[in-house]
Design a protein around this ligand. Structure first.
Ligand code: FES
Length: 113
């Protein structure tokens, strides 16, 4: 089925310019957070250890809607991804969520190139 819930299929799946995600401390250690507007998921495995992924599902381009218990869920056809690695936990998506560079700069999270 085609994706009707997202716009990701039309634009780039990863940012083409640096994106300010606000306070790094908003993500709990060992947790992850969805930045819906920026179409990114950022996980924090340990203090100072951030990883960002595109929130555009690799199946048909919907934007994922839920990050819970280390799992990223796509609402369109039920794919799930590991919030720590971006890897597919459950299809139909066949490819991991693309990683996006991210850094904490003076307490602020900046994603993208
Ligand atoms: Fe189909 Fe995400 S777009 S599962």
């Amino acid at each position: 089925a085609a994706c009707t819930g997202g716009t990701g299929a039309k634009g780039p799946a990863t940012p083409t310019a640096p994106v300010d995600l606000g306070a790094a401390g908003e993500i709990p250690v060992g947790g992850a957070r969805l930045y819906r507007e920026q179409k990114l998921v950022v996980s924090r495995s340990a203090e100072g250890e951030y990883k960002a992924f595109s929130a555009v599902c690799t199946h048909a381009g919907c934007v994922v809607t839920k990050v819970e218990n280390g799992k990223i869920s796509c609402p369109c056809h039920g794919s799930t991804f590991d919030a720590a690695t971006g890897k597919v936990l459950q299809g139909p998506a066949g490819a991991p969520l693309p990683a996006v560079p991210v850094k904490a700069d003076g307490g602020k999270l900046i994603a993208g190139p």
